[in-house]
Design a protein around this ligand. Sequence first.
Ligand code: ASP
Length: 305
Amino acid sequence: MRTSRPECAIVVHGGAGAGSGLNDGCIVAADAARCDLNEGGAALSAAVAAVVSMENDGRFNAGTGAALGLDGKTIEMDACVMDTQGRLGAVTLLRGVKNPVLVARQIADTPHCLIGGEGAVRFARAMGHAPYDKVSEHARQQYREMMAKLESDDAAMPGVANGDFLKFWNYADAPRFRIPSATDTVGAVVRDHDGGFAVAGSTGGSAPSLLGRVGDTPLVGCGFYAGTFGAVAATGVGEYMIRTLLAVRVYHWISEGVSVAEALARGIALFPADVPVGLIAVSATEAGACANADMPHAIVRGTAG
Ligand code: ASP
């Protein structure tokens, strides 16, 4: 007799404020996760497959599309994975790698949870990740367009004076008097047909940022969390989400029986309207996405069995 299995669910986002024009990339990514599940993959490999798809797209702030630093050339990337089995891997300040999420996945198999900087690059090379320095035209265009923000009165980062990035400048090259802005990180949460949960994420970091800045994406409980009750991924200006431990806070609400829709809405309500924030989550029975800015996303349910 065939026993009924939990319905699968996949939710993918392309960053708070990135615009619904990127929904097609999220649909392709969700389909990559669906294919992985159909081929017998579990939640973790499916979430990673979705994020790899978006890292390779070039239009998202991750992988090939990762945002340029304020010097117009440095790219520092963060990524994360976590699942119900307690597998946890994150990488920060990674340079010169095509798919940071695959490095995060490999870190989950080491004795550590988070590796950063030079050690992360050396680890990636040891794991066979070839040097990669492609910058997408989308990333270059975003850099050019957003450079004008410093010359306007608009804060390039909510709540922060544009001049602070010049005051604390720590790049090797002399500063330019223009500041870019970007928050189109990618993330995926998956419930597989064994009822397991996983989350994966990847980012070039929010822009503008100083050299060596670490956001919420590689910090467990801030940008991501997964456990026996579900999985959560967050996007937006990391400095705000770190202070609220956003992902684990939303996870706890879900674990207490709050619906996914309500838990996501509560999470978004923690922030001022001018701070772009987005959340996606899956629980045992639900899947959802919520943001206070236009966030490309895709939700797929019941796709494998
Ligand atoms: N949360 C990311 C960061 O602060 C940016 C994003 O979500 O787009 O690095």
